[in-house]
Design a protein around this ligand. Sequence first.
Ligand SMILES: [Fe+2]
Ligand SMILES: [Fe+2]
Length: 257
Amino acid sequence: MIAAEDINGKILFQDGDHQFIWLGADPEAVSGVVQTNQYLIIEKGRGMLLDPGGVHLFARVVAVVSRYISLDKIEAIFFSHQDPDVSSGIALWLGVTSAKIYVSSLWLRFLPHFGIVDQSRVIGIEEHGNTYKLAGSSTIQFIPAHFLHSTGNYSAFDEKSRILFSGDVGAAVFPPGKEQLFIEDFDQALPYVEPFHKRYMASNRAALQWIKRVRPLNPIMLAAQHGGVYKGKGVTEFLDWFERLSCGIDIIETIYK
Ligand SMILES: [Fe+2]
Ligand SMILES: [Fe+2]
């Protein structure tokens, strides 16, 4: 269970003037709407938001973010991909911050359908990934995660905390009352992780490309956009499982049955 006080978020990593923050559980989660996680990285008083989410979460996420940093200090917003649960609040976020948005270059022409006004503030990430220097100094790597599940898709690795924001990769869909912030025992979380990955992730071949990039980073946590944050042995247990998973077009015949 996620504790009641966690509606205000939790600092997952802190060292000097660097923080990696989970932005809390939604106390009014609506049934039938997939639960999402939002995250904030702060370096020297400057912030980067990771998948701040859809329109209906906007007021809650603004309130929690404001506990840690003032909105005018957010210099960047990362969207792992184009899905509405990630990015449909884009016009609202552009309105309350002066941040630039970083998203796959494949989605630049599609995001205006969520109501963008100023395209000059939306920057395309190149296919092979980029790095971003938060506050001009702290490196965030945009790691390609194409076809996992979106065709133009990235994870974000914060070098200082060594936390990997993995977007939809690692997503768990917990039933009400079974939510947990940390996944340290992967076997226990597997029933909530497996169905999503088998249906939404494009193929094992796509997974292997991502894992090849992620393993050498040796992340201490894997923070997913849905479900929990993998830590401890949960990180390697997830990677080992995903590496062997048949999913998407590998098993397309079973979907059509
Ligand atoms: Fe998605
Ligand atoms: Fe998602």
